[in-house]
Each structure stands twice: as C-alpha cells, then as structure tokens.
Design a binder for this molecule. Sequence first.
Ligand code: ZN
Length: 198
Amino acid sequence: MPDFAEPLARLILEIKRLPGIGPKGARRIAHFLLVAPEAEAAGLSKALLEAREKTRACSVCHALTEEDPCALCSDPARDGSLLAVVEEPFDVEVLERTREFRGRYHVLGGALAPLRGIGPDDLHVAGLLERVASGVTEVVLATNPNVEGEATALYLARRLKPLGVRVTRLAFGLPVGAAIEFADEVTLSRSLSGRREV
Ligand code: ZN
C-alpha cells in the first residue's frame, strides 16, 4: 500500500476492532468519515473522548455511570431485594429497555473462562456476595446463554444458595449460544417474567 494511504489503513484497522464491524464495514465507515465535513468528524472524536472521560464504573453495581453511585443504585423506587446479575455494563441497558425488571443490577465484568485464565477473582463476585448478604431476597442470573455464561450461572448458584436467597435464571426464548445483547425486547421480557428457580 502506498505511503499516502497509511493513515487511512490505520483508521480502518482501528474501526475493524469495534464489535460487530467486519473489514468491509470498516472500510465504508473510514471513507465516510474522511469525506464528511470536518466538523462532523471532529464532533465524533470529541463525543468519544468526552464520554470516556465522564463515564466510570459505579462503585456499587459496576455499571457505567456519570454519577457514583449510578442512577439505578440510588433510585429509591427500585426494588433493592431483587438483583439481576449480568456479564457486561451493556447488558444493563439491554435489560432496562424491556421495562420489565424493577430491581437492581450487579455487573460481573465478564464470565468465568478457565481456558482463558478467568476465574472468580477476576470478576466482581466478592462484591456480589456482600450485596446479597445485606437484604437481597432474589438473584436473577442473567448471564449469557452460552457455555461460559451457563458455567458462570452454575457457579454463582452454588455460592449464593447457602446464603438463603432465591436464585433464578432467565427462562426460555433465548437461543443457546447467543448473547443477551442480541436478544430482542419481547424475548427478553418473556425470559425475565418466566424465569425459573435453579
Ligand atoms: Zn450502580
């Protein structure tokens, strides 16, 4: 590739790293950004930097927030006895869109993956057990319906049940091997309301 195209190649490479974007999509976005008015491209990079600067993890639930604790943790109208455990901060947004869940959340920061060396100490498990010990009556395990998510749910159920708390798992409708973030709202709503004891 000639020299003049090197910045473009680098831009494409960076965009390709974003989730859900293949090589073709990355090239289209890169070219779009390069021919867009300067102000538009500058607005995008400013929004990105600003969002990164102003957003942090909630010290209670580990969801992304501007305020700490986050709005979900500090909202007195939410049911503090009901806790949904999810893998990533993005999953909180996905579940919130269903408007079905009125409890609070706990973000693990991933799933157990022994083959990749990710164990319970690498996730926010200790904090979860602490929260459950103080007034939680039901924990909904909303980890992804894939191998790692199921293993994580099983592990957590084993740790949580001795604490005398009701442990449930998202029910039907979610295809095996999928991720919660790709489920539509209706499926996720059903999956929440039909959750079953584990
Ligand atoms: Zn929070």
